[in-house]
Design a protein around this ligand. Structure first.
Ligand SMILES: [Zn+2]
Length: 134
């Protein structure tokens, strides 16, 4: 049984899946600079991918390292308070990410993740994007 109130749930969701976050904006402007055209948050696709490059049948998710347990120093942070709570929450995010990814791949989409830590530096971001873009 889901004991969350509607308000709590929407607050949690916006924290987990913040739209137009700073890392996302950085990725979008880098893509623009590289001359790529894309759509945002296509609701008709599984998981509402952050960035959709329909021409290449490629979707990009821009993930926060902490929330999605990236294998980097921010992703491995263990909060001092309620560590079990956060571990369960983050494991749930990772599991949901995988489900979305598989649903998209089943529809013939390529799926790539750009991590928040890759957006902090312009050079790093550009090479991360070049690695996944055609
Ligand atoms: Zn990271």
């Amino acid at each position: 049984v889901d004991v969350h109130t509607q308000e709590q749930r929407s607050r949690n969701m916006s924290a987990i899946k913040g739209k137009n976050t700073k890392p996302e904006l950085r990725v979008r402007s880098a893509l623009h600079a590289m001359g790529y055209r894309f759509r945002l948050h296509r609701k008709n696709l599984p998981g509402k991918p952050d960035i959709v490059l329909a021409k290449y049948r490629l979707v990009l998710f821009v993930h926060g390292c902490f929330w999605h347990s990236h294998d980097c120093r921010w992703g491995r942070v263990v909060p001092a308070t309620r560590p079990e709570f956060w571990a369960v929450k983050r494991a749930g995010n990772v599991a949901r990410d995988l489900v979305k990814q598989e649903a998209l791949q089943a529809q013939g989409w390529k799926v790539a993740t750009i991590w928040e830590c890759q957006t902090k530096d312009g050079e790093v971001l550009n090479s991360a994007l070049r690695a996944v873009l055609p």
